[in-house]
Write a new protein. Structure first.
Length: 358
């Protein structure tokens, strides 16, 4: 091909790209409300699909993209109904029989969470999942099912209801288990339970997921989590594969009541976190007192890259988060590494003696 031919093809590609851009923008202007702040995001999504079509990827790649987008859109649509409610994801074996004490324990857990207006998310199957939903009732249950050739029909509580999503891809289902969870309770189970436990811990340890309570629940005298934690201490901590503080990302309990208390304690003062430019922001329900701020600078200085900690009241012009206007902000330049220590700091700000008196 001559140099002139190459220039001609390049000009044609530029023309077609500009034409594609204008058509995408035209479609979005028809579809989006004029006040939407998401124009650029949807534009990039549509251009990504268009580029994939332009390359005419193989049929399997195209089907993965299509099914992923459809499942995500359906999930976002359903979960919008429950946006303002806190939710607890419960993992555990699908093979636990109703006469097993662990089943009864999971049922009691569901009852306790529902009484505190917490929704219970499970994989919608049998065993521990069915028990937790049975205790919570349909109004307080969400099922994220997976299409399998065996063992995974939806349980009686959520079957046929509007509180059920069925996924084709495990990775999408796992995304929503974590994305929607304000806490996670892990009961004894098989490969799936261990997979979820380790993935959740990895996401929090690396800062890819916000820190939430991770509660390991077993019955009195049970050895499931005892042995798992012993392995982590002896093989992971002692051999320096993880930091000792990483084990603080999870808490072991023996009763559903303790599990409920652990979740409640986590949100006693702590509310949520976000990044605001280069600053890490911890939203709190109550400001810390002067003594607590002094202790924070002393005991948790290792978490700050520089500058220390500052309590900042909500500012509508700066923060632009009207739904969080009642929360005080604890701001600092986080090293974005020691998330186990960050979990310890959350415990500190949740101590009532560290709050300002009303």
């Amino acid at each position: 091909m001559s140099f002139e031919d190459e220039n001609y093809l390049a000009r044609q590609y530029q023309v077609s790209s500009l034409d594609l851009d204008s058509k995408v923008e035209e479609l979005l202007q028809m579809a989006l409300p004029p006040t939407s702040e998401n124009f650029e995001l949807y534009r990039e999504m549509m251009l990504t699909v268009a580029r994939m079509a332009e390359d005419d990827r193989n049929r399997w790649d195209a089907k993965i993209m299509l099914k992923t987008l459809r499942e995500m859109e359906a999930s976002f649509s359903l979960l919008e109904r429950f946006k303002r409610r806190r939710k607890v994801t419960v993992f555990g074996s699908a093979r636990t029989e109703p006469e097993n004490p662990l089943y009864q324990q999971a049922k009691e857990l569901g009852e306790i969470l529902a009484r505190h207006n917490l929704m219970v998310i499970t994989g919608a199957g049998g065993g521990i999942m069915a028990a937790a939903h049975e205790g919570a009732g349909l109004e307080n249950s969400l099922g994220l099912n997976i299409a399998l050739p065996f063992e995974q029909g939806a349980n009686a509580t959520v079957h046929g209801s509007g509180n059920l999503l069925t996924f084709h891809f495990f990775f999408l289902r796992k995304l929503f288990f974590v994305k929607e969870a304000d806490a996670l309770v892990l009961c004894p189970g098989g490969f799936g339970t261990l997979d979820e436990a380790l993935e959740v811990l990895t996401l929090m340890q690396t800062g890819k997921s916000p820190i939430v309570p991770v509660v390991l629940l077993d019955q009195e005298g049970g050895t499931y989590w005892d042995r798992a934690l012993a392995f982590m201490r002896e093989e992971l901590v002692d051999k320096h594969y993880i930091l000792p503080s990483d084990l603080r990302l999870m808490r072991q309990v023996r009763t559903p009541h303790e599990a409920g208390l652990e979740i409640a304690r986590f949100y006693r003062n702590f509310h949520s976190t976000r990044w605001f430019r280069d600053t890490f922001v911890m939203r709190m329900n109550r400001p810390l007192n002067e003594g607590a701020m002094e202790m924070l600078h002393k005991e948790f200085s290792d978490l700050c890259v520089n500058g220390g900690y500052a309590q900042v009241p909500y500012c509508a012009e700066t923060h632009n988060e009207p739904e969080f206007c009642n929360q005080i902000r604890l701001e600092f330049v986080f090293n974005n590494r020691d998330f186990g220590r960050l979990r310890e700091m959350i415990d500190f700000i949740n101590l009532p003696q560290n709050w300002e008196s009303n």
